[in-house]
Design a binder for this molecule. Structure first.
Ligand SMILES: CC(C)(COP(=O)(O)OP(=O)(O)OC[C@H]1O[C@@H](n2cnc3c(N)ncnc32)[C@H](O)[C@@H]1OP(=O)(O)O)[C@@H](O)C(=O)NCCC(=O)NCCS
Length: 285
């Protein structure tokens, strides 16, 4: 092998320790790989990939196929000592190879609004800004509130009819675990089947709640509409019931009303906004 050549391959189970070191060095404030590793490494549709230099794992990245057959690019991390040497670009090239293999035509990723390298890297591969989001969260130390009359919406058509009209207000995305799902009828159907859509007919309210992973850490509000107070009370109720330590919601900062509704209910704002970028043919609201 040429010294310093970068090779990319599918991650193996015995890469966990090396990937943990990559994550600890590159995103010390955001560590979750160990918690999702089994799912990531056993993904046979997408791929958890690693980049090696001189036989050492120096980077990782995950290509995940979403319900609408778009791809979500996540967990891209390069050991600080190896940043700027092309490992990130090699992993993007791998993502495009996997996309071709799987017939995926739209890919998305998110990053912090101040992460110019991550944004620039995505732009280099043709990604364009698709939205800006702000995080808010409510700690759930409180006792369980009263049970509210929300029921799961399991019928895909009803979930679609309830959620799609609100796509513009949420700028076309619902977010869980910082995973940005394009709000489409396919997603509505998928979320209905997964038990993530709840309605309260009396007040005409609908709320998307769930966790893609680590449910004990947070219950995520994907979106809500109708009676805000009822929706947020139900979210807190369900979060406590499920043993989550917080409720989290990412919303478009352009929706000043959502920010006011959340902060009035005690939600705290995350310190920096996020951007979602996309490449491909899909249109979002
Ligand atoms: C972001 C990250 C994955 C990039 O990986 P990397 O191996 O350092 O990047 P590469 O050397 O392959 O590519 C760098 C490319 O980024 C872009 N870039 C770098 N610095 C940039 C800047 N200041 N502004 C805009 N674009 C920039 C360029 O396109 C550059 O390629 P080029 O110089 O050939 O044009 C890596 O730096 C990292 O792990 N950072 C910490 C974790 C992180 O931010 N992860 C992603 C989001 S959560």
């Amino acid at each position: 092998m040429t010294p310093n050549a970068i090779t990319v391959r599918q991650a193996r189970r015995d890469d966990l320790d090396a990937i943990n070191i990559v994550e600890a060095g590159s995103t010390p404030g955001l560590r979750y790989v160990a918690r999702v590793f089994d799912d990531f490494v056993s993904d046979e549709v997408g791929e958890f990939s690693v980049a090696e230099i001189d036989g050492q794992v120096v980077a990782c990245g995950k290509f995940t196929v979403m319900p609408d057959h778009s791809a979500w690019l996540e967990t891209l991390r390069v050991l600080p000592a190896y940043q700027g040497r092309g490992a990130g670009k090699r992993l993007y090239e791998r993502f495009f190879e996997v996309a071709r293999r799987e017939g995926v035509t739209t890919m998305r990723m998110y990053t912090g609004v101040t992460n110019l390298v991550s944004k620039g890297l995505a732009e280099r591969f043709g990604f364009r800004l698709a939205g800006t989001f702000r995080g808010a969260w409510l700690p759930l130390e409180a006792a369980v509130g009263p049970a509210l009359a929300f029921v799961p919406v399991t019928d895909p058509a009803r979930a679609t009819a309830l959620l799609m009209p609100h796509a513009p207000r949420w700028t076309g995305f619902v977010v869980m675990n910082r995973t940005f799902y394009a709000l489409t009828p396919i997603l509505c159907a998928d979320f209905a089947r997964a038990g993530r859509v709840f309605e309260e007919r009396a007040s005409g309210s609908v709320v998307v709640l769930g966790a893609r992973f680590m449910p004990e850490q947070a219950l995520h509000i994907g979106m809500y509409a109708g009676d805000t107070r009822a929706c947020l009370d139900f979210a807190a109720h369900l979060g406590v019931t499920r043993g989550a330590s917080r409720v989290s919601c990412l919303f478009p900062p352009a929706a000043a009303d959502i920010q006011a509704e959340l902060t009035e209910r005690g939600y705290r704002l995350e310190s920096a906004d996020f951007i979602v970028m996309e490449n491909g043919s899909a249109q979002h609201a």
